[in-house]
Design a protein around this ligand. Structure first.
Ligand SMILES: [Zn+2]
Length: 205
């Protein structure tokens, strides 16, 4: 298995160099991605592939069920680096339908450590229990919960002190929420984007 992976890589590297001899030397010098992607670890939702972006075009943080924990040092370090060093312009929280992490958060059985990780999704399920009860079946409920988790993630990114500081300095960065459909390979905008105005609204309160 590992040998075929390394062979695949050698073939890919040679193809890239054939198409553009300076490809790797250019990428090795600097990365200037426009996008910071916060997505699920699910192997079926690779950021570059589903967004049609090349290496160097998107800085990526992924975890189980794309949960934005306000105290996750891994996520916060990536966010700070994306804003301060890479100066990304667009931050994308991307969930997906059919998410195993969201499903685990709705099951009444123990999943070990994942139950701690997925706690924010359980909390959302309780908060939106009335809305979720209107869904026609459990699959639709979980997909709706996956959307709510993205919207909550966008809000948490926007309200993080790192993001607030960036907006205070007039950085023109926006945070968006997208959801990906495993069944059709399409990304959909959940229309929950927040920009520099979110800082001003906060400050006005
Ligand atoms: Zn997932």
């Amino acid at each position: 298995m590992l040998e075929s992976l390394i062979e695949n890589n050698a073939r890919w590297s040679a193809e890239r160099r054939d198409a553009d001899p300076s490809y790797f030397s250019r990428l090795a010098e600097i990365q200037e991605p426009e996008f910071f992607w916060i997505g699920c670890s699910d192997s079926r939702v690779p950021a570059n592939v589903v967004a049609g972006l090349d290496p160097g075009e998107v800085f990526v943080h992924r975890n189980v069920a794309n949960v934005v924990h306000s105290s996750d040092l891994n996520f916060l370090s990536a966010l700070e680096f994306a804003l301060e060093a890479l100066k990304v312009r667009e931050i994308i929280v991307c969930g997906h339908y059919g998410c195993g992490g969201v499903r685990a958060a709705t099951e009444n059985m123990p999943h070990g450590l994942a139950d701690h990780w997925l706690e924010p999704i359980r909390r959302l399920a309780r908060a939106y229990a009335v809305d979720l009860a209107r869904c026609k079946d459990i699959e639709e409920q979980r997909d709706k919960l996956a959307e709510l988790n993205v919207i909550e993630g966008v809000r948490r990114v926007a309200e993080s002190p790192i993001m607030q500081r960036a907006w205070e300095r007039r950085m023109n960065v926006r945070v968006h929420g997208l959801i990906y459909g495993l069944k059709d390979g399409r990304l959909r905008d959940l229309d929950c984007s927040l920009g520099p105005g979110h800082f001003e609204r906060q400050g006005a309160l």
